[in-house]
Design a protein around this ligand. Structure first.
Ligand SMILES: [Zn+2]
Length: 163
């Protein structure tokens, strides 16, 4: 993506348009957060897989297995009905999935039914001892609070901007 293209969708990114964020790789995946140095590595905080990429979240993370099944069944169905390339789970990468407008509704439904791209994961433990209590604390915090935190971070320009 060129800088011009990036700047043109920046307002949508700031508003939190989930498809824009995913297309630019700026949704809150472990891989992205590690790249922005907000997390020490790209490990999936749901299943501990080594790289929490878009491919991982949309296809293989066990946390979202049933939602992935629904997504790919819907995508296959819609691609059969509307002319264009077939969209099987094994032969479609996530960039292709997100670029295919026929699949937008299924992608949005997947995002709505999962926490993918919503939260930046549990706080990174500073000491090994505090890991368990911090994870518990994270569970107890409301989703609203986490969302408010994300928005505040975006307003400060921490999320989704190249520097
Ligand atoms: Zn995972």
């Amino acid at each position: 993506m060129t800088r011009g293209m990036y700047m043109s969708i920046l307002p949508l990114l700031r508003m939190g348009c989930p498809i824009c964020q995913l297309k630019t790789g700026h949704c809150l995946t472990g891989q992205y957060l590690a790249w922005t140095t907000r997390r020490p590595d790209g490990t999936c905080w749901w299943c501990q897989y080594s790289i929490q990429s878009r491919e991982h979240l949309f296809k293989t993370c066990p946390q979202w297995r049933s939602q992935q099944k629904t997504l790919w069944m819907t995508v296959l169905e819609v691609a059969r009905k509307i002319p264009g390339p077939t969209r099987g789970r094994d032969r479609t990468n996530i960039a292709e999935l997100l670029a295919d407008e026929r699949c937008s509704q299924a992608v949005l439904a997947f995002l709505a039914n999962t926490d993918v791209g919503r939260a930046s994961g549990p706080p990174v433990a500073r000491e090994e001892d505090s890991e368990a209590s911090e994870a518990l604390e994270w569970e107890e915090r409301g989703r609203e609070e986490r969302l408010a935190e994300m928005r505040a971070e975006d307003e400060r320009g921490v999320g989704g901007v190249f520097f």
